[in-house]
Design a protein around this ligand. Structure first.
Ligand SMILES: [Zn+2]
Length: 151
């Protein structure tokens, strides 16, 4: 683009601005981009800050559930780790082995993690405290081959 062309364009622009053509266009563009109260409502912007109705609240609590119906409650499908945590909560950390009767871990073991663990009797991992027994690491290993003993 040579200087003459640039000058022509700039002069044309100046004329357009002074004639108000641009001003009108900009103005029209702006109003086109603002939203009416109705469209704002449709977009849900106006919902912010408005308290939920009692019915809405009820729907939410029904959807989420509470207690055993709560979404976070996985019932018997709860993961292995989750169930161990649950048993420990219900019955405490095991301090002895139900099979061999050991009450103390062998020397050098059980310092980072409890040497005694809850083992699932039925291997069905029921959410049932009677389905669990205390085992030492050694007994646990032989009882449940799959179980990795971390100690
Ligand atoms: Zn044992």
């Amino acid at each position: 683009m040579d200087d003459a062309t640039k000058k022509k364009i700039s002069e044309a622009n100046k004329r357009a601005w002074s004639s108000g053509a641009y001003a009108n266009r900009v103005c029209a563009g702006m109003t086109g981009h603002t939203h009416s109260v109705e469209s704002r409502k449709l977009m849900g912007h106006d919902k912010k800050g408005i308290p939920l109705t009692a019915e809405h609240r009820k729907k939410i609590s029904e959807a989420h559930g509470s207690g055993e119906n709560h979404v976070l409650w996985k019932g018997d499908d709860v993961g292995y780790r989750g169930l161990h945590t649950w048993v420990e909560k219900m019955k405490g950390t095991p301090q002895h082995c139900d099979d061999c009767g050991r009450t103390k871990p062998p020397k050098g073991l059980g310092r980072t993690r409890s040497y005694f663990q809850w083992a699932n009797i039925s291997l069905r991992y029921l959410r049932d405290v009677t389905d669990w027994k205390r085992l030492c690491c050694k007994c646990h290993k032989s009882f449940e081959k799959k179980q990795k003993c971390p100690v």
